[in-house]
Design a protein around this ligand. Structure first.
Ligand code: MGD
Ligand code: MGD
Ligand code: SF4
Ligand code: MO
Length: 679
């Protein structure tokens, strides 16, 4: 018996692929991309093409467990669901009674991107409980703040239009690794003569496959964007008509960028002044020119400003008027579903008569070790692996080792974080549960029904929080809703992009284009998010200073820690999600080091190196090459820390310092020292 079922990839990836699962005798035997989906177009990335390895891996967690060894040791025994749920509900109740419910902290991110399993029943539960709220900053909030400031809205050019571009700038965007479904559109454009340029401190596979690579110093993008504006305005290459109609504050901007000469930017960015001039000219005079800006630029101390400055470029050139012009950072805000109906923040009033305090997830280490009134006494982790992915790992670990902290982890695998659980609950994969998905790299809303049976005693997040709500005695009707009820609530909105999309339509078609025009050109005639529909340059607040942790930052730090560490996404992983695979472990154990630096340090490829700073250290394997400039080291991430000889990964070195806006992490503003420890 062979049949094919639909699914959707739930991983935290802009492409949000439509999947086809081939099933033989009840077992999934093949996964492929849906050829009918306009962005998936019949293929998958390497990591998910092999997802059935993960689905049927002997490493899958199948039963509820209780910790028997020390925290972090990873020894557990099987218990029943009844015992597990009673233990969790009992402890949460007693902690809430003793210290107030804000002593309970949910910790989650996007292990699943599904609305119901990340931001549905879970949030209803924590809102009703009155638990601390988690500010989910770990990925993109700096970029969101920057884009909002520039455009007032967080969406942009649709991927399908990249085929029409004549110049494509991949700016802090590793398209071949993190957004591979954009690549065929870029290739189509290139076959028609378009050029692809990359702007990135690491010449990765995307950089190597581009027509030109600009190796930029980490965290200096704002300087480059301001100097490009200097050239574009100085040489009258801007679209005066577009600027006059749809923007505010142009004179202030002209004044502001006057001093941002290419020479000044060259010193800060490491890109020669002539190169900056020719890039600016080419960008402004080629039509259509599109920017694929990704989140790499905003994981630095000035990340929000960088996104803001870059997002102003297509406004100045009027590139938003062109099909295949403009810029894409994210498409997510176009999914104007009824999130409040789904997550029910109003339920906090029942527990607290107010909104609960907010904890920034980037500051987890501090929250677990220093927060008072009340301290965090319980943490419930799901859709995330904070031991591996949060900055300041040593602080996170000391927090999780606290004997008085009650830790619950909902997981598919025995991750670094699962090792610290008091109660460990086994969850389903996206192939096994119902959910609805938005995308941050296209404009299709999608539904997935279970394609495969849940193995062992696994349950979805939705089901687990539903059962916990019952045990807590939460009588509200929303805790008894089915998945379909929740989806109907999610779609219950008057926003024109969503209005009229029904569960039935999703069930019939699986993917549905948002109710947006085709082609979608949101800013072709203004339409910016300010009340007057214009883009406000607000140039007085537009400026650049180098990150504290950078080559032009604090000199005392720089003297001790002369290398700028970036830890971008590795090709075959999804943050830490595939960390159980040996091939991924090898990829994320590497440190790219420039040839000149390596010679001075006496390091050769395959040597073990220790990188360290005041926060911690980790051991990696050197890869000496010319993919990074002198003074920059690059460690593709995120490794399972427990697989390293010292049980640490690069996040032992990254800091909790927040970005200039949006409260985001500064993973890529990190000064370190490198030393050879052996071969
Ligand atoms: N294969 C794979 N795909 C993924 C993921 C993964 O782990 N692996 N993770 C997913 C997630 S969570 C996200 S958020 C997206 C992110 O997708 P991307 O934003 O594309 O990924 P990053 O690797 O964070 O950053 C992109 C590029 O920015 C570069 N960069 C670093 N610092 C700077 C800088 O200061 N300036 C400039 N111009 N470039 C800089 C990095 O070297 C990298 O090549 O990818 C998703 N897709
Ligand atoms: N040094 C460094 N650190 C980084 C980054 C970096 O570039 N460099 N990137 C940052 C970014 S952009 C992000 S988004 C974060 C990502 O951080 P996380 O969101 O924590 O991502 P993952 O490491 O992929 O962990 C997701 C976990 O969720 C589990 N999971 C999957 N589906 C489900 C489900 O349905 N239910 C439950 N309960 N669990 C599920 C998976 O098994 C996996 O262990 O990492 C950040 N950390
Ligand atoms: S990780 Fe991204 S590219 Fe790979 S299958 Fe999932 S959505 Fe598609
Ligand atoms: Mo992310």
């Amino acid at each position: 018996m062979t049949e094919t079922r639909h699914s959707v990839c739930a991983l935290d990836c802009p492409d949000c692929c439509s999947l086809l699962v081939t099933i033989e005798d009840g077992r999934g035997v093949k996964l492929r991309g849906n050829p009918d989906h306009p962005v998936t177009r019949g293929f998958l990335c390497g990591k998910v093409a092999q997802y059935l390895e993960r689905e049927y891996s002997p490493g899958r967690l199948l039963y509820p467990q209780r910790r028997t060894g020390a925290k972090g040791e990873g020894r557990f025994e099987r218990i029943s669901w009844d015992e597990a749920l009673d233990t969790v509900a009992g402890r949460l109740k007693s902690i809430a009674a003793e210290l107030g419910p804000e002593a309970i902290l949910p910790y989650s991110y996007k292990g699943s991107m599904g609305f119901l399993n990340s931001g549905g029943m879970d949030l209803r539960f924590f809102h009703r409980l009155g638990a601390s709220q988690l500010d989910q900053t770990i990925c993109s909030t700096a970029g969101a703040a920057g884009l909002n400031k520039a455009l007032g809205v967080r969406y942009g050019t649709e991927p399908e239009q990249f085929r029409n571009a004549a110049l494509i700038l991949a700016w802090g965007a590793n398209v071949l690794a993190t957004n591979i479904h954009l690549w065929p559109f870029i290739m189509e454009a290139r076959r028609n003569g378009a050029r692809l340029y990359t702007i990135d401190p690491h010449r990765n596979r995307t950089g190597a496959a581009s027509d030109k690579h600009f190796s930029i110093n980490p965290g200096s993008d704002t300087a480059l964007a301001l100097a490009m504006m200097h050239v574009i305005l100085g040489e009258q290459l801007y679209d005066a008509d577009y600027v006059a109609r749809y923007t505010e504050g142009f004179d202030g901007l002209r004044e502001r960028v006057r001093h941002w000469t290419p020479q000044r930017a060259a010193e800060l960015t490491g890109i020669a002044a002539e190169e900056i001039v020719s890039l600016a000219r080419e960008y402004a005079t080629t039509r259509p020119a599109v920017i694929r800006l990704n989140y790499g630029v905003q994981r630095s101390e000035r990340g929000a400003m960088a996104v803001r400055a870059i997002a102003l470029l297509p406004v100045l050139t009027g590139s938003w008027k062109d099909i295949g012009g403009g810029l894409q950072l994210s498409t997510s805000q176009a999914f104007h579903v009824n999130r409040a109906g789904l997550s029910r923040p109003d339920l906090q009033q029942k527990a607290l008569d107010r909104s609960a305090r907010v904890v920034n997830m980037t500051e987890l280490g501090t929250a677990l070790t220093e927060l008072r009134n009340p301290p965090v006494r319980a943490i419930v982790v799901y859709n995330s692996n904070p031991v591996a992915i949060a900055p300041n790992q040593n602080a996170v670990l000391s927090g999780l080792r606290r004997p008085d902290l009650f830790t619950v982890v909902l997981e598919q695998f025995q991750t670094d974080t699962a090792d610290y659980a008091d109660i460990l609950l086994p969850v389903t994969t996206f192939l096994e549960h119902t959910d609805v998905y938005f995308a941050y790299g296209h404009y299709y809303l999608q539904l997935a029904r279970p394609a495969l049976p849940p193995p062992g005693e696994t349950k979805s997040n939705v089901e687990i929080f539903r059962l916990l709500a019952e045990r807590m005695g939460f009588a509200d009707a929303c805790f008894r809703e089915s998945e379909d009820d929740m989806i109907r609530t999610l779609l219950d909105t008057q926003h024109p992009f969503i209005k009229g999309i029904t569960l039935e339509e999703l069930d019939r078609n699986r993917f549905v284009r948002l109710r947006i025009p085709e082609p979608f050109q949101p800013f072709a005639a203004g339409g910016f998010g300010n009340s007057d529909g214009k883009c406000h340059f607000d140039a007085e607040s537009l400026d650049y200073t180098p990150p504290v942790e950078s080559r032009f930052g604090e000199s005392s730090l720089r003297a001790k820690y002369p290398f700028e560490l970036i830890s971008p996404k590795s090709h075959d992983s999804m943050n830490s999600t595939f960390g159980h695979r040996d091939s991924v472990d090898r990829q994320t154990a590497r440190l790219h080091l420039n040839v000149g630096d390596a010679r001075r340090l006496g390091v050769r490829t395959s040597d073990q190196v220790r990188i360290h700073n005041d926060r911690g250290s980790c051991i990696l394997m050197a890869q000496v090459d010319d993919t990074v400039s002198e003074g920059v080291v690059c460690a593709p991430s995120v490794r399972w820390a427990k697989r390293a000889p010292d049980r640490r990964n690069v996040n032992a070195l990254t800091s909790e310092r927040l970005t200039d806006a949006g409260g985001g992490p500064t993973f890529y503003s990190c000064l370190v020292q490198v030393e050879r420890i052996g071969d």
